[in-house]
Design a protein around this ligand. Structure first.
Ligand SMILES: Nc1ncnc2c1ncn2[C@@H]1O[C@H](COP(=O)(O)OP(=O)(O)OP(=O)(O)O)[C@@H](O)[C@H]1O
Ligand SMILES: [Mg+2]
Length: 621
């Protein structure tokens, strides 16, 4: 079964979807209550119009100058100089107002990009664990990156290329009609229309190569990232060649698509050149006839020519612009679709905060499965009274960590209910629920930052002294002080520069720092040697003395003191009770206990044997 949220590569936005995407963007460009931004938009648009007015003035003044010079008899020099100064001013204005337009609009565009980026980021964090487990993070961050870049492209080209050019075409056709006759306007208009239609249709056809390029690009990228994240695994199995081949397959397909995209560009250029040439020739021929009949001056001839040249200049990029805009729209679509992705776990309307009073945790006949086809928990009921400790033990895959994910409300239960102090966790805010619970997860992942930062993450406003105290309780302080950089030591990507046990202790320290009402330890000390484990167990018992505590453990020796031990098997409670009662019952738990005791004894004898053997070896030497 394909993952539910696999990126849909075959998705092609329709014109309507494109339009919707543009509409989604409008509120960001015309933000409510931000008057300066709105003022900037207005001023930028005024600059745009002024720049274009200046642009269409240039050929008119040019014509006047030529007509003056080529008129019969002498001409008044001051008149010529006047026209030429006007000509110069128009040219300067054309450029200056275009720059001013950019100047005023820059902040509007960047503000919109920032707002969209932030909104998407927030939304991604509000989506469920299920969504994120199904997604490849590399693909997700690229979707945002592309979407944001798409906004920039769209704004740049729409506002600074398409809209001004449309404005210019309208103005030029109007002037040609007014100054000469409708035929000039018509031929110009038809030529431009043909040019545009041709460019769009060929570009549309070529875009499939571009799309393939993008698909292959992101495939190659996710492959590379996934492979590098699994660096160690690749080495364990000596599969560098295999990884390189997989990567190269994606690269090769990219290469093919890129070559086709480049070669078909020639077609576009030739076609465009042809249409321009035909249009120009036609208009100039008409002008020639008109000059002969006296309907047009030499200046008029020059003016018509200048207009057409001026008009086609920005159209040169039309294919590129069209493609980029389409691409931008697709990318933005993909990003906006992320923000409209439904949240799976949501706060109920007007949900109140959790009112914690002691922190009694109750599971009432809880049923749950990650998918509809496999139930993990099959009707689970238990209670952790306020301030008490309950341990959950059981074979791997029994659903122990699932219990912690449900309590933290990463998922909602399928049936039954989970309550804290009598409040169903679905009826209170997630933020208040999660504030009340401190988890030391089974697999700790740290931020690629300093040890200090990672411990302080438990409560960012904690003082350095508090952080140190937490580190001491977690038996990590001495280790950290022994490091060359102390608390400033970087833990590396996902914390991989620390050993498993060190990572676990950092995780314990940051949870101690959080001071939650309810503690949840999921194999919190599994990676530690038994000596360190004992020390931490003592600290944990101390900090969680009067707090509700749910402990998940493999090593039964760590849960003997629990107020109740629950043995979970196949999604149901197989046995429950205190350590000694369970031993007396001589059931599953007693069996597990005997096995572990035996294994521990064997390990001990092995160590003793090894030490003895070593001593013997040394004696011989
Ligand atoms: N996101 C998920 N999607 C589908 N199945 C999952 C998911 N997470 C866990 N499972 C399955 O649910 C079952 C219970 O997993 P869980 O992590 O709760 O086990 P556990 O009791 O904590 O085991 P362990 O002692 O090995 O940590 C496992 O069989 C696991 O494969
Ligand atoms: Mg687990």
């Amino acid at each position: 079964m394909p993952p539910r949220h696999a990126p849909d590569m075959s998705y092609r936005p329709s014109a309507k979807a494109d339009w919707n995407t543009i509409r989604t963007l409008v509120p960001y460009l015309w933000p409510k209550g931000e008057l300066t931004i709105r003022a900037r938009v207005v001023v930028a648009l005024l600059c745009l119009v002024t720049a274009k007015l200046a642009t269409v003035m240039v050929p008119v003044l040019y014509k006047e100058a030529v007509d003056l010079i080529s008129a019969e008899g002498a001409f008044v020099v001051t008149a010529l100089v006047g026209i030429l100064i006007g000509y110069g001013i128009s040219r300067v204005a054309q450029q200056a107002f275009a720059e001013l337009r950019d100047f005023f609009f820059a902040r509007v565009g960047q503000r919109a990009i920032r707002a969209v980026g932030l909104k998407t980021f927030r939304h991604l964090h509000s989506l469920s664990l299920r969504f994120h487990l199904d997604r490849q993070t590399g693909g997700l961050s690229r979707a945002i990156e592309r979407g944001v870049k798409g906004i920039e492209f769209l704004l740049t080209f729409m506002l600074f290329n398409i809209v001004p050019t449309l404005l210019e075409i309208t103005m030029v056709c109007g002037i040609l009609w007014a100054v000469f006759d409708i035929w000039y306007a018509l031929v110009t208009f038809v030529t431009v229309s043909l040019y545009v239609a041709f460019t769009f249709s060929v570009t549309e056809w070529r875009m499939k190569f571009r799309r393939q390029m993008n698909e292959m690009d992101s495939k190659a990228n996710t492959r590379a990232i996934d492979s590098l994240l699994n660096y160690e695994t690749v080495k364990y199995f000596g599969n560098e060649e295999h990884e390189a081949n997989r990567f190269d397959r994606s690269l090769r397909r990219y290469e093919d698509a890129a070559v086709r995209s480049k070669t078909t560009l020639a077609l576009v250029n030739i076609g465009q050149g042809f249409i321009i040439a035909v249009g120009l020739t036609l208009v100039m021929t008409m002008a020639g006839f008109d000059i002969q009949s006296g309907a047009m001056t030499v200046g008029g001839f020059v003016m018509v020519n200048t207009y057409l040249m001026q008009l086609f200049q920005p159209l040169n990029f039309l294919g590129f612009v069209y493609r980029e805009i389409k691409q931008s729209l697709t990318d933005m679509e993909a990003m906006f679709r992320l923000t409209s992705e439904q949240r799976e776990v949501t706060d109920a309307e007007g949900a109140p905060d959790l009112v914690a009073a002691g922190g009694t945790v109750t599971f009432r006949n809880v049923r749950f499965g990650y998918g509809p086809d496999r139930e993990i928990l099959k009707g689970l009921s238990f209670e952790v009274p306020a301030g008490k400790t309950v341990a959950i033990v059981g074979p791997s895959g029994a659903g122990k960590s699932t219990i912690s994910r449900l309590l933290f409300r990463f998922y909602d239960v399928t049936d039954g209910a989970i309550e804290i102090d009598g409040q169903d966790i679905r009826t209170i805010t997630q933020a208040s629920l999660r504030r009340a619970i401190g988890i030391v997860p089974q697999d700790t992942v740290l931020f690629n930052d300093s040890v200090f930062y990672n411990i302080a993450y438990g409560r960012p406003d904690a003082s350095p002294a508090e952080i140190e105290a937490a580190a001491k309780l977690a038996s990590i302080h001495d280790f950290v002080m022994g490091l060359p950089d102390g608390y400033n030591t970087s833990v590396g990507e996902r914390g991989l520069k620390l050993s498993g046990g060190e990572k676990q202790r950092v995780a314990i320290a940051r949870t101690i720092l959080k001071r939650p009402a309810i503690f949840l330890f999921d194999e919190a000390t599994s990676a530690l040697d038994s000596h360190t484990e004992k020390a931490i167990q003592r600290s944990l018992a101390e900090v969680s003395a009067d707090r509700t505590t749910l402990t998940i453990a493999h090593r039964l020796s760590t849960v003997v003191d629990a107020d109740e031990i629950i043995v979970l098997r196949d999604g149901v409670i197989a046995e429950r009770g205190r350590h000694h009662d369970l031993l007396d019952r001589d059931g599953v738990y007693a069996g597990m206990w005997r096995d572990q005791q035996k294994a521990a004894r064997e390990a001990e004898t092995e160590t003793v044997d090894a030490v003895a053997a070593e001593a013997d070896a040394q004696a011989v030497a």
